[in-house]
Structure formats: structure tokens, C-alpha cells
Design a protein around this ligand. Structure first.
Ligand code: UD1
Length: 361
């Protein structure tokens, strides 16, 4: 069997690494081809992940880089099509909801190549999010849809996607976390910054709705205020860095530590030792749920409601002023109990590989 995997961004690498590894292991005689669209390209956003996750260098680098949605998507489609024509995969496997996902699903379906979508069925019901459009399209055209939660399966059913295309397998991002646990627990990233476990807030922000407009300045002002009560560590995504610079520079406060984007081991180490996390990321809502860490999500909605019912995630709304309530909300909180959702157990990718080999054989 010829299997082709398409990845493009930081979270894609994390979600796909265990799938490639499980399929390679179960199907060593197969032809496995990895395509990196190049949507993320900085060393800290890409190469370091391949190293840490132990993924071999991609067979094809499309080097699409940054651009508007149309440019990035179109460039990916143009450059992926000849690769699919020459590699002739029996199945294209693609994760998540980024522009690379949308482009890959569209090119494949038009060439008659079946698509397997990993992390299928998530819905924020907010079409202003580029990711919502991307995942709806990918799901619509996928012939194998791998879900990580009951809500995802309900969303697909509500859209009329037949049950026999859906497979509830669990969360491949958590597979990677579980596989790296010994290494990130030993990384001591907080201590290297002079911080004690449980006594700081880890922050990540990168969504256009938050960082591409005036809310970014308000958010940074709130982070400065928060850092007077609790140290704040903020590895800054390149999009956010660019917008902060355009708005007149970074932020300075004794308790606020800004850094470049981190590798995954250092990031997970900081995450696991944090007292709380403030984020607008999707994956981090899941990682905190798995680890039992309080997460405050600076968004109006989440496509991952399972993280809220698990008790770890709180939606703050798209409202920087809500950041000031975090210390009070942490006070008197019961001790952490990690209680991951069903099948977030480190074996999702193995289930995916079993389904793919059964269905496609
Ligand atoms: C993309 C995804 C988003 C995902 C995020 C994970 C889409 C629509 N968005 O957002 O869903 O949560 O990845 O990080 O696909 N840049 C660099 N170096 C890089 C990559 C990006 O400097 O290696 C800068 C560029 O200025 C670029 C900007 O970041 O214009 C945005 O990058 P882009 O890939 O368009 O979107 P993300 O915000 O990273």
C-alpha cells in the first residue's frame, strides 16, 4: 500500500508523528511518503519538532511559506498536485484544520485519492475562524474520519456523514505527549527560568481574532498586571511577535518572561509544571486536560467542549479583562486530578493504523 502523509504546521507534526510511526511499524512493506507543505518554516516552528519527535526528514518539501489564505492554499494545491500524481498514493492522511489540511483534501479528492482525516468532527460553529472552514471541507471529502471525542462524532452525524466512515480512536496529540513524557518531565524548563513548579502561568496567543487587532494591546497590558501577582511565561508565536512589533514593541515587567517559540519538550515541560495556562490554542486545551492543569481559554467558543466537561478548561470569552480574574479563580481550587477523556490513552494512532490497514487492504 502507498500511504502519503501531509503536514504543514507545528501542531500537524505533533498529531501525525505517531500515526506515521504506527503505520510504518504495522506495514513495513508499504510505501510511506511524507510531504511538508512548508506552511511553518522557521527552525523553531518546524525542524526542531522533526528532531524531537524522531520523524525522518520529509520526502517532499513544498516550501509554500506565508501569505494570505488564498495564496497559501493555492500555492499548496499547485505544488501538491504533481507530487500526488507522481507518488500515486492509495490514501492521503492529513490531520487537523490548517490551510495545508484544506488544500491537501481538495487536491486529493479531485484526483480521486481517498482522504483519511485525523482529528475529524471538531466544530466551533464559528465560520469567522479559518480553521472551521478548513475542517468542514476536510471532513466533507474524507472517506475515513478519525474522531477523538463523542462530540466530534455527534457533529459529523448532524452533518449527515455516514457512521461507517467514522472511527472513534482517541487523540493522537496525546499519543505524542505520552510518548515524550519521560523526556519532558526531565527537561526542567521552569527551573532553567528560575521558576518553581506550580507557581507561574504559561501563556500562548496566536489566533487572528485576538492578536491581529486592538485586543492584543489590551491582552498584553493584562499580562503585565497579572505578572505582578504570578510570574508569567509567554513564548511568542511569530504572528503575535509581528503584531506586537507593529504595535510598537514588546512588553516589559519584572514578572513577565517573553521568549521565542519553544521546542516541544521544553514547552511540555513548562506546561506540565505550570500552575495554570492561558491560551487561545486548540491543542493546548487538550494537553492541559490530559495533564489535569487549569486552562483559561481566551476565546468566545471552543471546538473542544470535552476539555470543558473534563473540568480543566474555562472559556474566558474574547475578553482580555477576564484575565484579571485568574488568580482568584485559582485560589481554593481543589488539587489537580488528571482524568483524561475516553481513549486519550497514548494508543490512538495504533487504532488509526489498524483501521486504515483493515479498510484499505
Ligand atoms: C496556523 C493555522 C492555525 C494553527 C497555527 C498553529 C491556518 C489558517 N492557521 O496559524 O490554525 O493554530 O498555525 O501554530 O492554517 N510565521 C513565521 N514563521 C513560521 C510560520 C509563520 O514567521 O514558521 C509568521 C508569518 O508572519 C505568517 C504568520 O506567522 O504570516 C502566520 O502564519 P500562518 O501559517 O499563516 O498562520 P498561523 O498563525 O501560524
Amino acid at each position: 500500500m502507498r500511504l502519503l502523509y501531509v503536514v504543514g504546521t507545528r501542531p500537524n507534526f505533533v498529531k501525525t508523528a505517531p500515526v506515521i510511526s504506527a503505520l510504518r511499524e504495522r506495514h513495513p512493506e508499504g510505501h510511506h511518503v511524507l510531504v511538508h507543505t512548508g506552511q511553518h518554516y522557521d527552525e523553531a516552528m518546524s525542524a526542531i519538532f522533526f528532531d524531537e519527535l524522531g520523524v525522518a526528514a520529509p520526502d517532499h518539501m513544498l516550501e509554500v511559506g506565508s501569505g494570505s489564505h488564498a495564496v497559501q492554499t493555492a500555492r499548496t494545491m499547485e505544488r501538491l498536485e504533481p507530487v500526488l500524481l507522481s507518488e500515486r498514493p492509495d490514501l492521503l492522511v492529513v490531520p487537523g484544520d490548517v490551510n495545508s489540511t484544506l488544500a491537501a483534501a481538495l487536491v486529493a479528492v479531485k484526483l480521486g485519492i481517498p482522504v483519511a482525516h485525523v482529528e475529524s468532527g471538531l466544530r466551533s460553529f464559528d465560520m469567522t475562524m479559518p480553521e472551521e472552514v478548513n475542517r468542514i471541507v476536510a471532513d466533507r471529502f474524507a472517506s475515513q474520519l478519525f474522531t477523538h471525542s463523542a462530540e466530534a462524532a455527534e457533529n459529523l452525524a448532524a452533518e449527515g456523514i455516514p457512521a461507517d466512515r467514522q472511527h472513534f480512536v482517541g487523540n493522537t496529540m496525546i499519543d505524542t505527549l505520552v510518548a515524550l513524557e519521560e523526556r519532558f518531565r526531565g527537561a526542567g524548563a521552569a527551573a532553567k527560568l528560575g521558576l518553581s513548579a506550580g507557581e507561574y502561568v504559561l501563556v500562548t496567543l496566536h489566533r487572528p481574532a485576538l492578536v491581529d487587532g486592538p485586543l492584543l494591546g489590551e491582552t498584553v497590558a493584562q499580562l503585565v498586571a497579572l505578572s505582578a501577582q504570578l510570574p508569567v511565561v509567554f513564548p511568542v508565536h511569530p504572528r503575535t511577535r509581528k503584531m506586537m512589533e507593529a504595535a510598537g514593541g514588546g512588553a516589559e515587567a519584572p514578572g513577565l518572561i517573553l521568549s521565542e517559540p519553544l521546542g516541544y519538550l521544553d514547552f511540555l515541560s513548562l506546561l506540565a509544571d505550570s500552575g495554570a495556562v492561558l491560551t487561545d490554542s486548540g491543542g493546548i486545551q487538550e494537553e492541559t486536560t490530559y495533564l489535569g492543569i487549569p486552562c483559561f481559554t481566551l476565546r468566545a467558543n471552543t471546538e473542544r467542549p470535552v476539555t470543558i466537561s473534563a473540568g480543566t478548561n474555562t472559556l474566558l470569552g474574547l475578553d482580555p479583562a477576564a484575565i484579571s480574574g485568574i488568580p482568584a479563580s485559582l485560589d481554593g481550587r481543589p488539587p489537580r486530578v488528571a482524568d483524561p477523556p475516553p481513549l486519550w490513552d497514548g494508543h490512538a494512532a495504533e487504532r488509526i493504523a489498524d483501521v486504515i490497514l483493515r479498510v484499505e487492504a
